[in-house]
Design a protein around this ligand. Structure first.
Ligand code: KG4
Ligand code: ZN
Length: 336
């Protein structure tokens, strides 16, 4: 990967319940980005079962590698770098993707790179808008993470705030499960909230007035639980609208304040919850009022995918000459 922009990176993402393989030309041209979601497999349990996820990655991954190569129209021998998520995530699923990637790199005599999934989320922005470069404030908001990261340049990250308990998507999913919305509940809650009253239930804005940029969403779940016990006939639309109003208020307030405090003029929002229409609308409206440009990659790049992992691998290999030995292990709690 030194020099020529046409070199090909194969990326693998298996940190949770998506099996994904991508082929990238250079650092930003996506030739294939196949995502197979196991969501139906886990729905009956109301959440991801790690052992079930690992086993399904083992079964599906070889076929998805073939599908990605076919979709990109390239031969496996043309791949010059193999990158896979090494953490954070579930250790079993990570191990499956990492071992497959290492095996491919060994067979191809190509360099191998283990990628931080969180850096991957930020690179969704680079894939979509390669010309809109840092500095920016990043908000990573998904089922596993709620994190504010200052990005002066790619490769350099400062965590400004993170959740002290549940991630925003995790809280949404748990509340959804509690009121019978199925798993995962984010998209359904987004839709139901359109016809609900966001002021129907006076829910707290956890840590909303705290000077810290950390988040806490588990209290929200408890508040909804008590409210629903007392008011079993509360409309689901009103619950959805009230819950999202609380989550969106806190995310909007803290991320715009962090952007201002760190003297950035741009906020980049990534992760599954970035798909939320209410979050998008409120962040853009309030950002505009405060002279902050709020950017969201397309939803397919916000949720877990291998193109963002390949993009980090290609960048780090080219920029820093980085490659890892095949002895690298998964790190389930990897951060910045
Ligand atoms: O990034 P992602 O695909 O996987 C993780 O790394 O967690 O995010 C999944 C999360 C789930 O919690 C899901 O409920 C939430 O994103 N989500 C949404 C929406 N679509 C997905 N949350 C709110 N509104 C949505 N439209
Ligand atoms: Zn993720």
């Amino acid at each position: 990967m030194t020099g020529a922009d046409s070199s090909l990176t194969l990326g693998i993402e298996t940190s949770c319940d998506e099996t994904s393989v991508a082929v990238l030309r250079g650092e930003t041209e996506i030739l294939a980005n196949i995502v197979y979601s196991q969501v139906d497999l886990h729905a009956r349990y109301g959440g991801v079962v790690p052992e079930v996820a690992s086993r399904n990655h083992v079964v599906k991954l070889p076929y998805i590698v073939d599908e990605a190569l076919a979709c990109a129209g390239v031969q496996v021998q043309e791949i010059s770098l193999v990158a896979a998520t090494m953490g954070p995530g579930l250790v079993g699923p990570l191990l499956v993707g990492l071992c497959h990637a290492k095996g491919m790199a060994y067979a191809l005599r190509a360099p191998f790179l283990g990628v931080n999934h969180l850096e991957g989320h930020l690179f969704a922005h680079r894939l979509h808008s390669p010309d809109v470069v840092p500095p920016f404030m990043g908000l990573i908001v998904s089922g596993g993470h709620t994190m504010l990261v200052d990005v002066p340049r790619y490769g350099e990250y400062y965590v400004v705030g993170t959740t002290v308990d549940d991630a925003a998507g995790e809280a949404i999913d748990k509340i959804g499960k509690m009121i019978g919305m199925g798993y995962p509940a984010g998209a359904k809650m987004d839709e139901l909230a359109d016809s609900g009253d966001p002021k129907a239930i006076p829910l707290p804005r956890p840590m909303g007035d705290s000077p810290s940029f950390d988040f806490s969403f588990s209290g929200l779940k408890t508040a909804v639980l008590y409210h629903v016990r007392k008011n079993p006939r509360e409309r689901r639309e009103d619950i959805a609208a009230s819950v999202l109003a609380s989550v969106v208020d806190v995310l909007t307030k803290k991320s715009l304040e962090a952007t201002r405090r760190f003297h950035r003029h741009r906020l980049v929002v990534v992760g599954g919850v970035a798909a939320n229409a209410h979050l998008r609308a409120q962040l853009v409206a309030e950002g505009t009022q405060r002279g902050i440009d709020v950017l969201f990659p397309p939803i397919a790049l916000c949720t877990d995918n291998a193109a963002m992992i390949a993009a980090v691998g290609a960048f780090r290999h080219r920029e820093f000459g980085e490659a890892h030995p095949l002895s690298v292990s998964p790190n389930p709690s990897l951060s910045f």
